[in-house]
Design a binder for this molecule. Structure first.
Ligand code: SAH
Length: 350
């Protein structure tokens, strides 16, 4: 049992069972013991590996996507390049290397990052030293200029509330104490949710929706574009998608708080609707494989293979299939973009 497990039990003893969102928030973000504060999340030695850590091609293509969006916006003389949840800073470092030759892009850019973990902030500053990133306390701190925002595997880290349909109506799934351990329980009282057509299980992340709303509202008002890449679904599946990962393995989400990553799948249809409601223009939701192929990942892989030996070429081929193959990250991982209403063609999307 970790110290944080003890703190969570104390909270439940004092207040009664807590929501799954509160549990995730405590386990991931407790300022002293939370997973993102103390853990070693990302990379081969960490708990999970992400697309930018698999291959430089991922960040490079997103860098060129960002530069292309800037050109489509009419090359504004000042804009914010924003990353939400930059991890080790790898995606942004690759993106900025690839976009360095786009005349005027870096000169016009203010680099802003949204990140809760001090430990990861230190890694990001190191990876991005020449670009002097500025940390935002929240999206309401965005300067009133166009923004181009990217987020990879950020939204899956945000807390979700879960509800289950019972004969008496919807009840919230809560985390309570059972014997020595924790268990999932249902709220004593039904919650009046207006969800007649939803399946019997429903997940929602109010924080994800509110961040997307703020971003889309900023883009509708000051222009810009956003790109979200993550694992998730287009139509609510009706399944519980909460999962815990430690050292690349699936583990019990209710044990070892602070030592394991907790995530839930992203509800892309809900994010898309939130974008539309704020007056920004969303793309279709497509697979990561289609998105990267349409941005030219095959050509980039060929280029890289020409400049290295046979072993290197095999490695690049393996990275390419990991990112794009339907059976790997090509279709469970999805991409959604949005932009100010005057831009109708977003690169990478049909
Ligand atoms: N984008 C990176 C890292 C993904 S992990 C990559 O692809 O490798 C999730 C990232 O989001 C981490 O940097 C984590 O610290 C950050 N994060 C999680 N919850 C957050 C929150 N509520 N606000 C800001 N950053 C958060």
């Amino acid at each position: 049992m970790t110290y944080l497990d003890g703190l969570i039990r104390e909270t439940i003893r004092a207040e009664g069972p807590i929501s799954v969102a509160r549990f995730m928030q405590m386990a991931l973000q407790n300022p002293d013991y939370g997973y993102y504060v103390t853990g070693n999340p990302i990379g081969a030695e960490g708990d999970f590996i992400t697309s930018p850590e698999i291959s430089q091609m991922f960040g490079e293509l997103i860098g060129l996507w960002s530069a292309q969006m800037w050109l489509e916006l009419g090359s504004p003389s000042e804009f914010t390049l924003l990353e939400l949840g930059p991890g080790r800073g790898t995606l942004m470092a690759d993106a900025l290397r690839a976009s360095a030759r786009v005349t005027g892009f870096h000169a016009a850019m203010r680099l802003c990052l949204l990140e809760t973990s001090d430990k990861l902030r230190a890694q990001q500053r190191r990876a991005l030293t020449p670009f002097k990133p500025h940390y935002l306390a929240g999206l309401s701190d965005l300067p009133p200029i166009p923004v181009i925002a990217v987020a990879n595997e950020f939204f899956d880290a945000l807390p979700v509330h879960q509800y289950r349909r019972t004969p008496e109506g919807w009840r919230e799934v809560l985390v309570g104490i059972e014997g020595e351990g924790l268990s999932f329980q249902l709220s004593a009282q039904p919650v009046p949710l207006p969800l007649p057509e939803a399946p019997d299980f429903y997940e929602v992340s109010p924080l994800a929706l509110s961040l997307v709303q703020q971003l889309a509202a900023h883009i509708a008002k000051h222009q810009g574009a956003g790109l979200i890449v993550d694992y998730g679904y287009q139509t609510p599946s009706g399944h519980d998608t909460l999962q815990a990962v430690q050292a690349h393995r699936s583990v019990d989400p209710l044990e070892g708080a602070g030592t394991r990553d907790l995530t839930a799948h992203v509800d892309f249809s809900a994010l898309r609707l939130a974008v539309e409601k704020q007056g920004a223009f969303p793309s279709a939701v497509i697979g990561q494989g289609d998105f990267l192929r349409s941005l030219g990942i095959d050509i980039r892989a060929r280029q890289l293979k020409m400049s290295c030996g046979l072993d290197g070429a095999y490695k690049i081929e393996a990275e390419l299939s990991r990112l794009t193959d339907e059976r790997q990250m090509g279709s469970l991982f999805k991409a959604l973009a949005f932009s100010s209403p005057q831009i109708k063609d977003i690169p990478g999307f049909p």
